[in-house]
Design a protein around this ligand. Sequence first.
Ligand SMILES: Cc1cc2nc3c(=O)[nH]c(=O)nc-3n(C[C@H](O)[C@H](O)[C@H](O)COP(=O)(O)OP(=O)(O)OC[C@H]3O[C@@H](n4cnc5c(N)ncnc54)[C@H](O)[C@@H]3O)c2cc1C
Length: 508
Amino acid sequence: MLRTVEPSRRHFLVGLGRFAAVAPLATSLPWALGGKARAATPPLACPPPSAWNDLSRLLDGSVLRPHDPFFTDVCRPNNLRYNTLPMGIARCLSTEQVQAALKWVQQQGLPFAVRSGGHNYAGYSSTNGLLIDMSLMAGVEVVDKKDGIVRVKGGTGNALVYKDMERLGRTITHGRCDAVGAAGFLLGGGIGFSMRMYGIASDLLAGTTVVTADGERRDANAKTDSDLYWACRGGAGGNFGINTEFLLRTFPAENVSVCQLKWTDNQADVLYKLLTTLPNAPRTFGSKINVTLPSIQQRCQGKGSEVSILAQLHVTKGQTLKDIFGPLWETATKVWVHENIPYWEGQDYLAEETYPYFYQEKSSYMQASRITRGAIDALFDAQRAQPGTSMPVAYKFFQTGGACNDMKADATAYVHRGNDWLFSVEMNWWLPTDPAGLVEENLQWQKDFYALANKLCSAAGAYQNFPDPTLDDYARAYYGENLPRLRQVKKRVDPNSVFTYGQGITPA
Ligand SMILES: Cc1cc2nc3c(=O)[nH]c(=O)nc-3n(C[C@H](O)[C@H](O)[C@H](O)COP(=O)(O)OP(=O)(O)OC[C@H]3O[C@@H](n4cnc5c(N)ncnc54)[C@H](O)[C@@H]3O)c2cc1C
């Protein structure tokens, strides 16, 4: 909370300019990231103590400054590459407080960023100005029991969404990491094991409340502010305003079978078969394939690469996981298999636990018909060139298809329809264990591997919820043919780009 005693001198921080998304402090340190040193930028003046006191009054004291306990913990993002210290944190509890914080930060001429779960891959919820932290604005309530509509508050973490869904006996399309924020997840699409059955998460969005740059509260849905509603279904967080509520369609949570399988022999053959046969599986099936490459330490211990899959099947009569995998079931090591168990119990096995570290992700979309055995062999050859870091890395295939492809590409802002797999290659490292030069080499390998996979498998586009700061023509990659309409919506609700970041949507 904001203390009344303020430091007597003005604070200066490094910034890029008014409302501009900032370079993280760490990126100016080449050793820290393996990144290039940036040119010095002019200092940014901190508002006077009286202004901070005003903000604190507007937010009933819910403002943190750097001298407050736990400040650095509250503002630490999941990707430590972007661990930038803000001047202050406005911890909003209501739509009115969001409006007040937004007005204040514009009056001060400070850069700002909005944050819910802080899991943005590229640091777009980090700032050296005001961090508008939504995470205390959390909760889920039933709006319409008959139709299964729930209201999720704008800062709710996925953990709470899942707990409440379990309590209600319902589910949505959701991810594996419960520390991710519902806001970022929903606004950028939202993928998970149930997406082939229900569609991507933003397909389930029935309405949302947004505070736009002019401070207005807009209830956007199919009838009111319908273009803004359209844009919030895949147009990514941080572009159109601050979403303080989401209305979501939910489904009854039915029993599932779940498994993790792995293969260490004939890996290229296994991967090819998985990628080309699983798209024929029923919509009740969802999966994610990993090809995991060992860390340097694991290599010293003789560990090699491994193909594994996590899978979920909504139990319907006569279908089992074994039927779906066919002959591959017999050759797999069954890490675990749990048949016909309650939905949320199944998620306990599928969930991933993460902690903050350093990473970069690159993604694209693939159709199974374009994947050849030769392409997979070439990827296996190329993976051997990964220099390695102190952490394992993986390239992954999230199974799309099914209901993800039911909507037309322009039905919502989420354009990526008509594909079978979302491919992504990650790079993970830790500091100071991995020296800058090694990180650079690994990032170069990641770039080359990504280009190769895209070329060999005719992959295209990129998932806006896995933002990649090194991506060329990112706006086309994330939004494709929907970009012109998104820019029109931006022009209407935020013509001066009050909301902006490194890969933000610009007004038409
Ligand atoms: C470990 C991990 C696991 C993941 N798993 C999945 C997965 O299974 N499926 C999937 O689809 N994605 C997954 N993601 C990606 C994730 O969905 C996106 O990174 C998402 O945008 C994160 O949301 P957040 O609220 O946690 O992030 P933040 O960093 O808080 O926000 C993300 C973006 O949205 C903006 N924003 C935040 N809150 C609001 C708001 N209330 N109104 C408007 N804009 C806002 C921010 O400014 C930022 O630009 C994962 C990411 C990580 C790091």
